[in-house]
Design a protein around this ligand. Structure first.
Ligand code: ATP
Ligand code: MG
Length: 408
């Protein structure tokens, strides 16, 4: 079970509150207290302090014991929750994530609470999965400051060592996850059989083949026209070309498309087909990081090793990482240590086989990472997606949180 990484809040806070319990919750009603108890144990807090009451109970705790690492506080009985929470945060004397819970579903209140430093505001009744999400987000390390010298937008490629190992599911999940922060372009380079559009319930975008065939004509307007919008900050470029067509693509086509996308997005994620055609080779050359997705089968081991060798041979300079997916779901799996010895590399991420998540993703046409509920799957997918977040520009998360408030 994934515990929250409270060290990420900074050593000062941890040291100052070394003697204090990790989580303090002051909640007025028993139903919500029970939810807090369940979520706290789910997330690995061993000794949460859960008190009956609201802001004054939380403040009394802080006065007596010092600031804990995390506060959940009920503001239902507060006449002025903004002022009360500002005072509570002030009392803490150090950056402390505070998730507020209340009865009023009002976006202005939500904004004002965020303005005074509250991490999130949830409206009762609070579903446990929403509470868990909120606590995890609130506990994430603060976004790095805006860079004055932005790095070149990263191209992350995902390639399956074998068919059906989940490369598309992971590409869509990473793209969706990073698009919670910055603009992302998802590029499905399997122009005949790509399934990224299907998995997001979108029409395949039109025009990617033309873009790749005529790089000299590419500009931002053509890219915009060719892309499908898959969310506020997520665009998809994909195709569903007739199977009888042999594609005559310009060798520099992908470079031009990627250059144009790099200029307008914070990250480009490419779902790279295994076909070893020119597009795959170009993608391998211009990617910054390539995730080689595999299961733990013998054939997966053989082909992961071969795909890693192919990437090294392409001399593109991409970093590679091996991602084991559907772990526990394949008959005759090879032990991790033997697998790693066989491929001559470490497995960087291991994502469990999660049938329920796959069914929910297929039924809802949603990214696996969005619908997964099993804490192990959620933790593995998040840690995988987060491993790419170094390469993106920081952006506030307020919109997504705001949507969650409005969405209920
Ligand atoms: N961790 C997982 N647990 C269970 N099922 C998964 C997992 N990851 C992906 N799947 C499921 O595996 C199937 C294949 O996934 P996906 O299409 O992403 O694989 P792929 O490698 O892109 O396949 P292709 O070779 O056809 O491109 C899908 O039904 C998907 O929902
Ligand atoms: Mg695929």
């Amino acid at each position: 079970m994934a515990g929250l990484n409270l060290k990420s809040r900074g050593s000062k806070a941890s040291a100052a509150s070394a003697a204090a319990p990790t989580l303090v919750a002051a909640v007025i009603d028993e139903v919500t207290r029970e939810s807090v108890r369940n979520v706290a144990s789910q997330l690995g807090w061993t000794a949460p302090v859960i008190r009956e009451g609201g802001v004054s109970a939380a403040a009394a705790y802080v006065k007596a014991t010092g600031a804990p690492n995390f506060i959940i506080v009920d503001v239902s009985d507060s006449e002025n929750p903004v002022e009360d929470l500002a005072a509570l945060l002030n009392l803490c004397g150090q950056p402390t994530p505070v998730v507020a819970i209340g009865l009023v579903n009002d976006i202005r209140l939500y904004r004002r609470l965020c303005d005074v430093g509250v991490s999130d505001y949830l409206v009762k009744p609070v579903p446990e999965d929403v509470l868990a999400d909120s606590l995890q987000i609130a506990n994430e390390p603060p976004a790095p400051p805006e860079r004055t010298d932005p790095k070149r937008t990263q191209l992350i490629g995902l390639i399956g060592a074998r068919g059906g190992v989940g490369a598309t599911s992971l590409a869509v999940s990473i793209a969706w996850s990073i698009a919670q922060q910055v603009k992302v372009a998802l590029l499905d380079l399997d122009l005949h059989f790509g399934s990224a559009a299907l998995s997001l319930d979108l029409e395949p975008s039109r025009g990617l083949r033309e873009l790749l065939s005529h790089p000299d004509r590419i500009d931002s307007l053509l890219i915009d026209a060719a892309a499908s919008q898959a969310g506020e900050r997520l665009r998809l470029l994909s195709a569903e070309e007739p199977l009888e067509d042999t594609l005559d693509l310009d060798p520099d086509g992908l470079l031009a498309v990627v250059d144009q996308l790099r200029a307008s997005t914070g990250m480009v994620v490419a779902d790279i087909p295994r076909g070893l055609g020119p597009l795959t080779r170009q993608a391998v050359v211009c990617a910054d990081v390539i995730g080689v997705v595999t299961d733990l089968s013998l054939a997966g081991m053989r082909d992961t090793q071969r795909v890693l060798a192919m990437i090294a041979h392409a001399h593109g300079g991409a970093k590679t990482m091996v991602v084991a997916n559907r772990v526990g779901g394949v008959a005759g799996e090879i032990a991790v240590r033997d697998f790693e010895r066989g491929i001559g590399a470490k497995i960087a991420h291991s994502i469990p086989y999660d049938r329920a998540a796959a069914v929910a993703a297929a039924e809802g046409a949603k990214p696996l990472i969005d619908v997964a509920r099993n804490p192990k799957t959620v933790a593995a997918l998040r840690s995988f997606a987060q491993s790419f977040s170094d390469g993106v520009e920081a952006a506030p998360q307020s919109t997504s949180l705001l949507k969650r408030v409005l969405g209920r």
